[in-house]
Design a protein. Structure first.
Length: 80
């Protein structure tokens, strides 16, 4: 499990690095936009993992977890 958390930590770090690059640099190439999209989707996938799989520093606080649960429940009800 620790290896998984280390991998998640490294990938999230790379996603954040791409975000910083995005603010400072945009060559406007197709490859650049692919990298940005890949980074954003990867970040979304990782943060949607169960909290137990995330490194401690990436886990939502109890208050944030409650808010996220309420939003998820509201979304499910709205879809009915």
């Amino acid at each position: 499990m620790e290896n998984l958390q280390d991998s998640i930590r490294r990938v999230l770090s790379m996603c954040r690095e791409v975000t910083v690059w995005r603010e400072d640099f945009d060559p406007g190439t197709a490859e650049w936009y692919t990298l940005l999209a890949l980074s954003q989707e990867t970040h979304r996938l990782l943060i949607s993992l169960p909290a137990e799989l995330l490194p401690e520093e990436e886990r939502p606080s109890p208050a944030m977890a409650e808010i996220l649960d309420a939003l998820q429940d509201a979304t499910k009800e709205g879809a009915k």
